[in-house]
Ligand binder design. Sequence first.
Ligand code: HEC
Length: 341
Amino acid sequence: MRTLPFTVLFLASSLLAQAKGSVDFQKQILPIFEARCVECHSTAHAGPDGKLKKPKGGVVLDSKEGITGKKGLIVAKNADTSALYVAITLPADDEDRMPPEKKGDPLSKEQAALIKTWIDEGAAFGSWTGKKAEPIAAAKPNDKDGKVGKVSGKPKVDAIVRLQEGVKPIAPATLATFAEGPFTVVSVGDESALLSVSCRGNNDTVDDAMLARLAPIASHICELDLSRTRVSDAGCKEIGQMVRLVNLDLRQTAVGNQGVAALATCKELRSLNLFGTKVGDYGLAALATLKNLEQLYVWQTEVTAAAIVRLRDGIPGLRVVMGPDLPEPMPEGAGGQRRRR
Ligand code: HEC
């Protein structure tokens, strides 16, 4: 009987440990990052030569903000879809394997397993926050490789400038037919013949059949926001006709693999938002022909990290966001230069 209190104590403390997660980030995970990763993945800082040392690939592993932030490296409670875990478990000869082959052996099985458990338990950091980014004069907020700095759902302005060359404006009479809704059609800029189309306030009435109404202006549509509409795979055929489409938002629609495959003809696409759709790896593979794609949002889809790695092999500039890091919905009057037509 004497031992009972100890047993109870033991049980209580192990329950507590479970509630908090059995892996301690600061004691067990951080040392791995420090030994094998931070050399290349440290918060931007001035090196010994006074030059700015930037984290490789924009990946920062010495601050909580870096690990949890914009890059979407970790999906809490789901190691298998976390880019960080995928990167350390790729085959040793895969060029995306971390740490890179030239830096020695892969992490040990035990180290990888610890990281997996830590993520699967919810990726808690305790009180650790890590390095603070210091303002460094040479640091530019928007790195030109687009990997550092603020995420923007906006396509590159020069892409739009080039696309509108020689494009004649749609006749005002045709544009007037959109006045009744459900689509809001505006010019992307004062001088531009290209159009931005959204469903402002009518999202729940817009379905596949209604997309046919966009056919007369299809070749002029540069931005299309169909988020939270009733559009599904069938409607994507119409979208496939939009050869100047740069920015497409399909978030939270019923679009799936077949619909996404129909977008392979939209060669100018720079930003594609598939958050909360039914897209999986098959649909993602069909996007490999979209060499201009810069941003792809796949949070809450069935897409796996392995499929993303494959897609990125073919589209070097692509940034894939797997976490809850979404662009603002396309604003009407963005940049103060849009005008209603
Ligand atoms: C010798 C330098 C070096 C070391 C050490 C290193 N990395 Fe990297 N890492 C890179 C480079 C370079 C890239 C960018 C690759 C690219 O953009 O194609 C990168 C990219 C990444 C990415 C992004 C991959 C993606 O899916 O976008 C992750 C995650 C990552 N590293 C994690 C790690 C982890 C975890 C470690 C330690 C176990 C580590 N790295 C060690 C150089 C390094």
